[in-house]
Write a protein that binds this ligand. Structure first.
Ligand code: IPM
Ligand code: MN
Length: 354
């Protein structure tokens, strides 16, 4: 009996809907080829809905999403809505309410894609960042007093519980084992300054590593040094695990080394629940409706989604097809220069897969 998956689709803002269309095009071909079924249901969460209704997300949204096997998201962010409202009200709220405590972000340079790192190629840039996705500064604990005066004080705390750190580290160790590459997990922290939070991370890292994953090698880097080595020696890395804020920052750096936001895909994962996959770039409002944005990140997010659903062959096939196309048709691909339109790139991948 063929498998049947119900997918919630949130095209979102700006160029989100355009790249989601291409991902769906490719996913449909994959479903035909590998004989499983995908049922898509679209949700209008995003800036336009907020402007119309003054509500970023209905309170029922998380429960609604829990009925699905997975979620595919385009982009959130609207030029007419104050920064923070949609990001917090939609993206972060869904991540938190669905407890998607892992943000999995592969940094992989595909053949033919230009990297700003001189002398580095696809064999050097191929690692994965496991970003903790439920805590840290992102919990928004803090406040402001005496706003607008010269006595104003603002606090936003980096908050981590042992349980949050431990579940993220266990996922990262397990992922490192399953990846079967260098079997090396690097913790990225700041133990020389954040002597409480990253001390908790470091102790837990070694404790769990020693007791439960003794075959996985452990390394530690401060976050500033991590940035340096991601540029100078990206080939050192296999899997990097880090907290929410550092993970946010280093994955933008990683994305640019793999060819930019048009390529970089990610997954907000709840290993025990409903996950949400997305291109990690934003809504690029400037380019909305122009059919010029690169859809590969969203297509690869779709592949990551299939992998998480257990359709490993189909997921691998999509990524392999993308790599063939970047290596041949889109040779020299870099931000803002594809040589093809958004929908043509989607067609190339769909045809290649077929
Ligand atoms: C990301 C984004 C989000 C984040 C924003 C839009 C809230 O930058 O997915 O990396 O900081 O997590
Ligand atoms: Mn980010």
């Amino acid at each position: 009996m063929s498998k049947n998956y119900n997918i919630a689709v949130i095209p979102g803002d700006g160029t989100g809907p355009e790249v989601v269309d291409e991902a769906l095009k490719v996913l449909k071909v994959a479903a035909d080829k590998y004989a499983f079924k995908l049922n898509f249901e679209s949700f209008d969460y995003g800036g336009d809905r907020f402007i119309r209704t003054n509500e970023a997300l209905p309170d029922s949204a998380a429960d609604e999403m829990r009925k699905f096997d997975s979620i595919l998201l385009g982009a959130i962010g609207h030029p007419d809505v104050k920064p923070g409202i949609l990001e917090k009200g939609i993206l972060l709220r869904l991540r938190f309410e669905l407890d998607q405590y892992i943000n999995l972000r592969p940094v992989k340079l595909y053949p033919g894609v230009e990297t700003p790192l001189t002398g580095k190629g696809p064999e050097d840039i191929d690692y994965v960042v496991v970003r903790e996705n439920s805590g840290g500064i992102y919990t928004g604990i803090g406040g402001i007093s005496r706003k607008g005066t010269t006595d104003e004080v603002a606090v936003q705390s980096m908050v981590y519980s042992y349980a949050q750190v431990a579940r993220c580290l266990r996922y990262a160790f397990d992922y490192t084992q399953r990846r079967k590459k260098k079997n090396t997990l690097a913790l990225c922290g700041k133990t020389n300054v954040l002597t409480y939070v990253y001390d908790l991370w470091e102790r837990t890292f070694h404790d769990i590593g020693q007791k439960e994953f003794e075959d996985v090698s452990r390394e530690y880097y401060h976050v500033d040094a991590t940035c340096m080595w991601m540029v100078k020696n990206p080939e050192w890395f296999d899997v990097i695990v880090t907290g929410n804020m550092f993970g946010d920052i280093i994955t933008d750096l990683g994305a640019i080394t793999q060819g930019g936001m048009g390529i970089a895909a990610g997954g907000n994962i709840n290993p025990e629940g409903v996950s949400m996959f997305e291109p990690i770039g934003g809504s690029a409002p400037k380019y909305t409706g122009q059919n010029v944005i690169c859809p590969l990140a969203c297509i690869c997010a779709g592949a990551m989604m299939l992998d998480a659903l257990g359709e490993y062959e189909a997921a691998k096939d999509i990524e392999q097809t993308v790599m063939t196309i970047t290596g041949t048709k889109l040779d020299g691909l870099q931000a803002g220069r594809m040589g093809y339109s958004t929908s043509e790139v989607g067609d190339l991948v769909a045809e290649g897969l077929r």
